[in-house]
Design a protein around this ligand. Sequence first.
Ligand code: TQI
Ligand code: ZN
Ligand code: ZN
Length: 168
Amino acid sequence: HYSFFPGRPRWPSWKQNLTYAFDPRNQLSDDVKRVFANAFSRWSEWTPLTFNESSNYFTADLRIGFYAGDHGDGEEFDGVLGTLAHAFAPPRGLLHLDSDETWIINDALASGSATAMDLESVAVHEIGHLLGLGHSSVEDAIMFPTISSGLRKVELARDDVEGIQELY
Ligand code: TQI
Ligand code: ZN
Ligand code: ZN
């Protein structure tokens, strides 16, 4: 079953049109940006929320970046595997990914190295946190707190949809 963060933080109803931006220092490819656009659309499909990319990193509601090790928010990354990414609950809107991981981008089979992680799978999960979902006890839910390397899991389960629809 789905869960929320303590105090049930969410984006307020007057802020249903959210903007997101990528840290300009990362110089991300269009392929990576497309993965995120896709991941956001999986959540907007089931909510009144919309997500649009902004070119202004500083004014965007949601900020996405890839960093290694200590990157200044008190939650440092740990090299290959371990923590892959983290996201902060509303209204902070930060989604960080560990740049020491091998990220698989847009590979239908999500295969390859034993330690490679599917970017869209992790993005869909972290966006759930950005919107206010905690972890789920339902194994096929996107918000279930385990994923195997090389596994691609990008479709919201009924449990994820029920959780996000209770919140929005
Ligand atoms: N990062 C953890 C996560 O996003 C960070 C975390 C731990 C966390 N406890 C939390 C976030 C409680 C919010 C609330 O869950 S992770 C997965 C999954 C991670 C894990 O790098 O371990 C995914 C990132 F679910 F598969 F285990 C993405 Cl998909
Ligand atoms: Zn961080
Ligand atoms: Zn999580």
